[in-house]
Every structure is written in structure tokens, then in C-alpha cells.
Design a protein around this ligand. Structure first.
Ligand code: NAD
Length: 492
């Protein structure tokens, strides 16, 4: 974030906010500084957010450390901890409609999608709550004789910083907080500056459900200040981060001081391969949803389309026809299918990518322009015949822009799909069972969809190969990311 942006947002607000939670107490910053959370559809302020600083981070980490050392959470009987996680789920469900409205107003996503993400967030607490009491080590023989035996213990990693992005402020925070609590950690939550308020709501709900003071703390504020202070802090044991690859690199550098454990869910440029034999009726809507959902602001967006020449023109027409019909507007309108991008900064970035695609020789099949005069709306955009080396094909845009290319030879398409520094996800569309699984194996990415895009489950680990990140969220691996393993060897 440019410091000029930062100043603008701070000046835009007058009232102080109390969005810091430290040792069970909600408060503002010492200097009372705050900034506004802006509705990207209207430009209106949604409310104020405390602009935390490194002193607040230090206080939050200290509170988390004391709670951890006191065993204030892991010391509770496990049925009680599980009950609290289930109660968080129920409380989210009880407030679901208001939380969905907040999510739409803060992030811009269509209200129907917001409802699904809130329900998914609640489900994360049920799924990970179900793990509590089922996290076991192993036991076994020791080779020096039967007077010995050994076992392993799974222990929480300690104080975890949970750094959340703006493209799923509630759900993605749930995907971190639920496994961290299930594993027994104390945490400091750092929401994204563009969308802090609904992450604040999640933490409020967790506290209301009975999480002990100091176990969950929160510091709102700007990434380069608050996030960086968490990354630099010698008493943070673990960072679970979702965001850009650039910030991920900074976290790796900052973490060397105390060798923090890092889970990094970073950027993507997911390839979509469509074979001549694909069912176009299935493929076209899934491809469109795979890129335009949340206005292209999803790390797993299928943003590079490689379609075999025999189907290419028909497919581009079919996807463009559907894109043409997408209802773009304020997410609060029930008819809306695609909202704005998150901010002026994101709007400018996406528009300049579209210009660069055209300058590099791609043709605009549909879209390419701003929609309306208020808010940050961009038309669903398809860039056809994009040169394989164009910037729009190589870099993550994080906007509603699909770059498409025809291909003749499947081996070429697979090689191109893999010619990326990212490896988060990919998709293949074909009616050939054999080709589907051949491509699924050949693409180097953490998740592959066949004849669909986007569904995931809590037990399916999600994360990236290559520069898309380290580690996985979800399932046993997701819990494991918040655990250490201790070996105990005993002589009888
Ligand atoms: P970002 O890296 O700028 O911000 C993400 C979070 O990191 C925010 O909370 C921000 O405040 C914080 N942050 C920023 N600078 C920091 C620093 N120096 N130290 C610590 N924290 C800092 O990313 P963004 O642009 O807001 O989010 C979009 C990116 O996130 C995209 O690249 C997208 O692909 C990625 N993303 C990945 C996944 C995934 O699961 N792999 C999911 C969603 C988004």
C-alpha cells in the first residue's frame, strides 16, 4: 500500500474505533488513530477500524503468550473446547444474514455468494471442532529391547498470527481460526485493511461463545505495519498467511529471526485446459464461474484458458454469451451475479492489465470497460488469442479477466499450463476419462478440477506448488500446520 493511500483513508474518518482485542478487552489504539472501511460498490464508509501499531501488536502477542503458557485453552477438557467451537458455528448461523450483508457491503461480493461463504465459515468450526479429541500421536516399540517403548504427542505450536486477505474476510478467517483453536493454539488475528469489520465480527462471536480471554486477540491496521510487526515478533511461533506472493516473501524474510513456522497460501494463475471432446454445456458455465466469481478475486481463479482448436471458437462464443448475461452491480441487489473489485487501486491494476493484453495482441471477445460511474465495476472480460508470453497470461491479475488461447497439441497445452511460477490449481474439461486423469496428473498444482471449477471440501487439503505457497489448509494437513510432534522414549 502506498503511504498516500494510507493517509487518505486515515484522514477520511474522524471517529475512533475499538477493534483491537487484547486479553479479552476491546479497545482502540493509544493515539486513537482509525481509518474507514469502504463499500466498494458505493464508496461509502462502512465504519471505522482502529489503526493498530507495533505497540498494540506487542501487547496482543504478550497476551496470547501468557494465555498459552497458562494453558488457559488447551487446559480445558476437550469436550468443552469442542463445544465452544460448535457454539461458534451455531452463533455464526444465528447471525448469518447480517454477516452476509456485512460481507457484501465490505467486500462487494453478491449477497447469494456472501450467504454461502458465511455458511461455509460456520461449517469450518463444526469440521475442526470435530477434530478436537481426535488428535492423536502414535505408540510403538523401541529397537533396543522390550524394556523400552515410545510414543508421540501432538502439541499446539504456540502463538499463531493469522493474517487474513480481503477477498474472503469472514470465511478465510474461519479457515484459519477454526484449525488453530482445534489444535490448541493462542492467536493474534490480523484482518485485511480493506475488509476488517467482518473479521472483527468473527472474533466477537468467538469470544461470546466462551473462548477464554487472551486465547484470541486481534490487531486491526495496515499490513506493512501490523502484519510486519507480527512477522518480526520473536514471540510469535507460527504465521498462517493468505495473500500475495510478494508479501509471502517478506514474511519468509522476517521469520528467519526465530525460525517461525509458516503456512503460506499465495497467488495463482490457474490454467484451464479444454479438449475438443468436452461437453460445452458443462464447460462454458463452469469456466465462467471459475474466473468471474468474486470478480476474479480468488486465488484459484481459472484465468488462463487453453482450448483445443476444434472447440475453441464455439467455446469462446459460449463463454462470452454467458458473460454478456452476467448481472453486474451492487452485490446487495439479489439479482447481482458479479460485484465490483475491491478498491480503486485494484480497479486501476485490472484496467491496466486489460490495456496491456490488447497492446500485446490479444482481442477483446467481450468486456474490457468500466461499468457505471460509482464503485469499482469492471465488465466481465475475455481476451481471446492472447499471445502465450503476454503479461496477461503470465501474471496474476486478480480481476474478472480471462485470457484464452487455442492449441493443437495437448502436450503443448500441458507444458504451457506448467510454464508458470504459480501452481495453486488447474482444471481440465473432457469426456475422456483417461485424458482427464492424464492431465490431472501432469499439471503441477495443489488442486485439479475435472469438468468443474471451485468446489472444495474441508478434508481436501488446499494449497500451492511452486510460488503459490507452503503447506496446506484443510483436513489433517491443515490441523497439522498448527501442531508440533514430540517423541517420548521411555525405559520401564
Ligand atoms: P496482500 O499480501 O497485500 O495482503 C494480504 C494480507 O497481508 C492483508 O491482511 C495485509 O494487511 C497483510 N500484509 C500486507 N503486507 C504485509 C507485510 N509486510 N507483513 C505482514 N502482513 C502484510 O495481498 P492482497 O493483495 O490483499 O490479496 C490478494 C492476494 O492474495 C492475491 O495474490 C491472491 O492470489 C492471494 N490469495 C491467495 C489465496 C490462497 O488461498 N492461496 C486466497 C486468497 C487470496
Amino acid at each position: 500500500m502506498q503511504s498516500s493511500d494510507l493517509r487518505e483513508r486515515v484522514v477520511a474518518t474522524a471517529e475512533a474505533a475499538s477493534t483491537l482485542l487484547i486479553d479479552g478487552q476491546w479497545r482502540g489504539t493509544g493515539a486513537g488513530a482509525s481509518f474507514a472501511s469502504i463499500n466498494p460498490a458505493t464508496g461509502e464508509s462502512m465504519g471505522n477500524v482502529s489503526e493498530g501499531d507495533p505497540t498494540d501488536v506487542d501487547a496482543a502477542v504478550r497476551a496470547a503468550r501468557i494465555a498459552f503458557e497458562d494453558r488457559r485453552w488447551i487446559g480445558l477438557p476437550y469436550p468443552m473446547r469442542a463445544k465452544i467451537l460448535f457454539d461458534i458455528a451455531s452463533r455464526i448461523e444465528a447471525e448469518a444474514e447480517q454477516l452476509a450483508i456485512n460481507e457484501t457491503r465490505e467486500n462487494g461480493m453478491p449477497i447469494a455468494m456472501a450467504r454461502m461463504t458465511i455458511a461455509n465459515g460456520a461449517q469450518a468450526f463444526r469440521y475442526f471442532g470435530g477434530w478436537i479429541g481426535k488428535i492423536h500421536g502414535q505408540t510403538g516399540e523401541i529397537g533396543v529391547g522390550d524394556a523400552f517403548f515410545g510414543y508421540t504427542l501432538k502439541e499446539p505450536v504456540g502463538v499463531a498470527a493469522l493474517i487474513v486477505p480481503w477477498n474472503g474476510p469472514f470465511m478465510l478467517a474461519c479457515h484459519k481460526l477454526a484449525p488453530a483453536l482445534a489444535a490448541g493454539c493462542s492467536v493474534v488475528v490480523k484482518p485485511a485493511e480493506d475488509t476488517s469489520l467482518n473479521t472483527v465480527n468473527l472474533v466477537r462471536i468467538a469470544m461470546d461463545a466462551g473462548v477464554p480471554a487472551g486465547v484470541v486477540n486481534m490487531v486491526t491496521g495496515f499490513g506493512p505495519v501490523v502484519g510486519q510487526a507480527l512477522a518480526d515478533h520473536p514471540d510469535v511461533d507460527k504465521i498462517s498467511f493468505t495473500g500475495s506472493t510478494a508479501t509471502g516473501r517478506r514474511l519468509i524474510a522476517a521469520s528467519v529471526g526465530n525460525l517461525k513456522r509458516l503456512s503460506l497460501e499465495l497467488g495463482g494463475k490457474s490454467p484451464v485446459i479444454v479438449l475438443d471432446d468436452a461437453d460445452i454445456e458443462t464447460a462454458a458455465p463452469a469456466i465462467l464461474g471459475g474466473i468471474m466469481s468474486n470478480s476474479g478475486q480468488a486465488c484459484h481463479s481459472g484465468s488462463r484458458l487453453y482450448a483445443q482448436r476444434g472447440i475453441y471458437d464455439r467455446l469462446i462464443r459460449a463463454v462470452s454469451d454467458l458473460a454478456q448475461k452476467l448481472v453486474v452491480g451492487d452485490g446487495m441487489d439479489e439479482r447481482t451475479q458479479m460485484g465490483p473489485v475491491i478498491s480503486q487501486r485494484q480497479f486501476d491494476t485490472v484496467m491496466s492489465y486489460i490495456d496491456s493484453g490488447v497492446a500485446d495482441g490479444a482481442e477483446i471477445a467481450i468486456g474490457g470497460k468500466r461499468r457505471g460511474t460509482t464503485g469499482y465495476f469492471i465488465e466481465p472480460t475475455i481476451l481471446s488469442h492472447a499471445p502465450a508470453d503476454a503479461t496477461v497470461v503470465r501474471e496474476e491479475i486478480f480481476g474478472p479477466v480471462l485470457s484464452a488461447m487455442p492449441f493443437d497439441d495437448l502436450d503443448w497445452a500441458i507444458a504451457e499450463a506448467n510454464r508458470s511460477r504459480y501452481g495453486l490449481a488447474g482444471a481440465v474439461y473432457t469426456t475422456s476419462l483417461s485424458k482427464a486423469h492424464t492431465v490431472a496428473r501432469a499439471i503441477r498444482a495443489g488442486t485439479i478440477w475435472i469438468n468443474t471449477h471451485r468446489p472444495t471440501e474441508f478434508w481436501t487439503p488446499f494449497g500451492g506448488y511452486k510460488e503459490s505457497g507452503w503447506g496446506r489448509e484443510g483436513g489433517a494437513e491443515g490441523i497439522g500446520a498448527f501442531l508440533e510432534t514430540k517423541s517420548v522414549i521411555a525405559r520401564l
